[in-house]
Design a binder for this molecule. Structure first.
Ligand SMILES: [Zn+2]
Length: 195
């Protein structure tokens, strides 16, 4: 039994009785849809980078690792799907997994934005010290001030900051960190300043 690559209906002839496409037209249609969905996914990943720059969560590095893994898994599945479509193999289950992954970066971006933008509580002000800093250039610049942690079980916190704050502070400086609780409980950095 084979299924139509376009609509997923079972078919026994070359032309699908459900959508009327023959097997090569169905393959073309599936590959076009894969491309469109991949574009939507990539835009979502971009939206996530924008959202996490606007309202950096305290655990940004952990979240970025998750997004990175998701990114490669999704693109890997897209490539696998494309190969299977090329050989007219069964794709229904894989297609469902793939379509399920597409909205995740968009959902995470919306979650980050809502978490911080709708957080009306006054941020907590925490006094601590800069113990190190590091920056990485690239298309998405990474700047972190490493400060002594105020949370149990954490030795240091790596605060995502912009270029101005990064240059203003040196190792050993006292620093005030304003931390929002977050509407859905994702702590985020609302700013840093000198005490
Ligand atoms: Zn069909």
């Amino acid at each position: 039994m084979t299924r139509c690559l376009n609509c997923g209906a079972e078919r026994d002839a070359d032309v699908c009785s459900s959508c009327g496409l023959n097997s090569s037209a169905a393959e073309f249609s599936l590959r076009k849809r894969l491309l469109n969905h991949t574009a939507i996914f990539l835009l979502g990943a971009l939206a996530f980078v924008v959202a996490s720059n606007r309202y950096p969560p305290l655990e940004l590095d952990g979240i970025l690792i998750f997004i990175g893994v998701l990114f490669f898994v999704t693109l890997g599945i897209a490539m696998w799907l494309e190969r299977r479509a090329l050989h007219h193999a069964e794709v229904e289950a894989l297609k469902r997994v793939y379509y399920g992954l597409i909205p995740i970066p968009w959902l995470l971006s919306a979650l980050l934005l809502a978490n911080a933008a709708a957080d009306t509580a006054r941020p907590k002000v925490i006094d601590t010290h800069v113990v190190g800093k590091f920056a990485m250039r690239g298309p998405v610049a990474t700047r972190r001030l490493v400060v002594t942690s105020w949370r149990g079980g954490h030795r240091v916190e790596r605060l995502p900051v912009d270029g101005g704050d990064f240059d203003r502070f040196s190792t050993g400086d006292a620093i005030e960190v304003k931390v929002g609780e977050g509407l859905v409980g994702i702590p985020w950095i609302s700013g840093v300043s000198r005490p």
